[in-house]
Design a protein around this ligand. Structure first.
Ligand SMILES: [Zn+2]
Length: 240
């Protein structure tokens, strides 16, 4: 059976590189002000850098982060849907298009922003693809460097797939809000993955239940080890 790992920043390894970046994705869905559950919220972690919203006449409406009442959010989401991957999860705050901003310093093979945004140097990405890692869709991050010959950093488009197993969630967890879909649990202390929900066609994805968690198969972890690429910490997750 395939083994699955929670992939995070190996801070001890990335501390050896001076590279930093300050950037945001070009477009995003607004947050939601829900009249049903009363929450004003936005998700984090759903990035689709390969999705181009420039053909939309109302693209400017995706350039400013703000909450909107649910009907307006839903209207804008339907405008994006035909441009997004089939069956893509498009929660409030989902981001699209290239990561745009500035960067400086020396970068290792992996650069992180929090747990949910992973940039990979193009040569490392190519090596991982050559090693047979599946699902490495990526767009070039548009980062302005002051130096000559800056590295090419690729922003991974990781689709939300897979769920937590019920056993690792509190027994009394309420269902998501029926109107806006706001989930009602925090990350479990000891995450367990639901075997039936896990994809078999990609080796790296984000958890649909918790999109700030990036999950990879042993194929990713083995390839990273073989190539000796620093910056990625892998913690095996039980599957049930
Ligand atoms: Zn709601």
């Amino acid at each position: 059976m395939t083994r699955f790992f929670w992939l995070r920043e190996d801070e001890a390894a990335t501390a050896a590189f001076s590279g930093t970046f300050n950037a945001v994705h070009k477009w995003s869905l607004p947050g939601v002000k829900c009249s049903d559950c009363g929450a004003t919220w936005s998700s984090w972690g759903c990035h689709y850098p390969c999705v181009d919203l420039s053909p939309l006449p109302e693209r400017a409406e995706f350039e400013r982060a703000r909450p909107e009442p649910f009907p307006e959010f839903a209207r804008l989401r339907e405008r994006v849907r035909p441009l997004a991957p089939a069956n893509a999860l498009l929660p409030p705050g989902a981001a699209f298009g290239p990561l745009v901003g500035t960067a400086s310093g020396e970068f290792g093979p992996f650069a992180w922003q929090g747990t949910s945004l992973l940039l990979v140097r193009s040569e490392a990405l190519q090596s991982l693809r050559t090693e047979g890692v599946r699902g490495l869709l990526a767009a070039r991050a548009e980062l302005r460097f002051r130096k000559k010959d800056p590295p090419e950093l690729m922003d991974l488009q990781l689709e939300p797939r897979g769920l937590f197993h019920r056993d690792c969630l509190p027994a009394d967890v309420p269902p998501p809000c029926e109107a806006c879909g706001r989930p009602a649990f925090d990350r479990p202390e000891a995450p367990v993955l639901d075997a039936a929900s896990l994809p078999s066609d990609v080796d790296i994805f984000r958890l649909a239940d918790f999109t700030t968690m990036i999950v990879g198969t042993e194929r990713v972890v083995d390839a990273v080890k073989r190539l000796g690429l620093p910056g990625l910490l892998a913690q095996e997750l039980p599957v049930r």
